[in-house]
Design a protein around this ligand. Structure first.
Ligand SMILES: C[S@@+](CC[C@H](N)C(=O)[O-])C[C@H]1O[C@@H](n2cnc3c(N)ncnc32)[C@H](O)[C@@H]1O
Length: 452
């Protein structure tokens, strides 16, 4: 038996609800909102009204208030899937993707095999910079919906943002690979097949598999990019080397002896040399390995590397490096924002040599510590021209008798590129003179500046 009062309240609420729906149907969201609020004030079907109210509020563009109503609903029913999904969407709209992830994760808990939930979670993870987790979510979407073209595309888009473009060219670089394999075989001859090997920076797992193929049985490798590490793990298993190689999805700085490694390594293998030698943080990584992960007398591959270069003139490259007058305007102030380095592919880009080759910096990778190093050099010039900068390549000493270089005269399709280090402004030079420069490194980048 309901009281007269209650009967009257329900009747008013029903009338307001009917008004709200009519306003909503006619696109009058403001009046629809007012009418839904009147229904709420009568405590009538609150759980059904809140989503309708949040919906019209969102439609009239007030995301914050819509969020308030979804939160109110979630207060009454925290496991409301629609509320979680709508709240997630509003948070993303408001640029609060990290919070949206939380909503979608709760939605995933409620409906784990729902492709829309998994897709929205993947998008929010990608938006909040959690690319590896986004990849895993998009992969799950694909398992649920193998024809989902968007998920395929997102997986490729995110993978190529995470994985540097040079990985495949590097794997296809037979000269580089052969040099590393020769050095690895030599080290195993010296230390025996049961030597403990640490391979920092597994990439595809190639160097570890070379060691395993040469008979090594105790190989630990690590890879800091999860998507790459997971792929390496599959490659190693597919090639039949799972027994010999332990791979860890973490940076070498998070490895430790007694946990991932049984003992300090007898041989360190690590190809983390960027085209400009230092940018992959090789010095810090090797210092840490010397201090914690390898034996004092460990064989270190590579054992040394140097950055070499020559002065170059190039109309093509100077158009990338320096600007002057454009359409009658003086644009030269933009030179302050010019690129410090540009990749060049051997001599495929037009450039001419103005000097002999000279050493920019050398690092002894068997050393336990490295300091930044700068020195003055006089570079002999042998041709007249305007130097846009220095084209630089590497000379890598892997082990006694095995060296590798990517000198631009003979190497232009491998994994390493040559790099143009631009001068702050073009420098005119004359044959028979020399250009005084300061060259060296600050531990993570090369430095070469003309003294003019
Ligand atoms: C140039 S690739 C070489 C890959 C493979 N070793 C080869 O030679 O084909 C370097 C790889 O090392 C990884 N890496 C760099 N520094 C690392 C570190 N300190 N710990 C773990 N991985 C690292 C990078 O993510 C990259 O995948």
């Amino acid at each position: 038996m309901i009281s007269k009062d209650m009967e009257e309240r329900i009747s008013i609420a029903r009338k307001s609800l009917s008004d709200a729906m009519s306003f909503q149907a006619s696109g009058d969201f403001e009046n629809a909102e007012k009418a839904y609020v009147r229904v709420l004030h009568k405590d009538y079907r609150t759980i059904d009204i809140l989503p309708l109210l949040a919906g019209v509020v969102a439609k009239r563009g007030d995301a914050e208030t819509a969020l308030y109503y979804w939160n109110k609903l979630l207060g009454l029913n925290p496991a409301h899937l629609v509320a979680l999904m709508e709240k997630g969407a509003l948070l993303r709209q408001l640029g609060r993707s990290a919070e949206a992830v939380g909503c979608y994760e709760m939605a995933r808990g409620l409906s784990p095999e729902n492709p829309v939930v998994r897709n929205n979670l993947a998008v929010a993870l990608a938006d909040s910079g959690r690319q590896s987790e986004a990849l895993a979510e998009f992969r799950h979407v694909l398992r649920l919906q193998p024809d989902n073209i968007n998920a395929w595309h997102q997986i490729r888009r995110i993978s190529s943002a995470i994985v540097p473009f040079w990985h495949i060219a590097m794997m296809n670089d037979t000269r580089r690979n052969d040099a590393f394999e020769a050095a690895i075989r030599r080290a195993l001859e010296l230390r025996g097949a049961d030597a403990h090997i640490l391979d920092i920076g597994a990439g595809s797992g190639l160097l570890s598999m070379m060691a395993a193929r040469a008979g090594a049985t105790n190989i630990v490798t690590c890879e800091s990019v999860p998507a790459i590490a997971q792929t390496a793990e599959r490659i190693i298993a597919a090639n039949g080397y799972r027994e010999q190689i332990d791979i860890f999805e973490k940076p070498s700085t998070e490895l430790s002896v007694g946990r991932e490694m049984k003992t300090r390594a007898d041989i360190l293998i690590s190809e983390i040399l960027s085209s400009d030698l230092l940018a992959e943080d090789v010095l810090n990584t090797f210092e840490d390995a010397h201090a914690r992960l390898i034996r004092e007398d460990a064989i270190v591959i590579p054992r040394a590397a140097s950055a070499m270069g020559c002065l170059v003139a190039s109309e093509t490259l100077s158009n990338y490096a320096h600007v002057g007058e454009v359409s009658g305007f003086d644009m030269s102030q933009f030179n302050a924002l010019a690129p410090l380095r540009l990749p060049v592919h051997g001599t495929m880009t037009e450039w001419t040599r103005l000097s002999d080759d000279f050493e920019i910096a050398a690092v002894d990778l068997t050393a336990r510590k490295h300091a930044a190093a700068l020195r003055k050099v006089s570079v002999p010039v042998h041709a007249d021209g305007t130097a846009v900068g220095v084209v630089q390549w590497m000379k890598v000493d892997l082990i006694e008798g095995v060296v590798f270089d990517n000198h631009p005269d003979g190497y232009h399709d491998g994994g390493w590129l040559q790099v143009l280090h631009t001068f702050p402004q073009p420098v005119d030079v004359r044959a028979g003179t020399s250009l005084d420069m300061v060259v060296g490194h600050d531990r993570t980048s090369l430095l070469m500046t003309p003294i003019v």
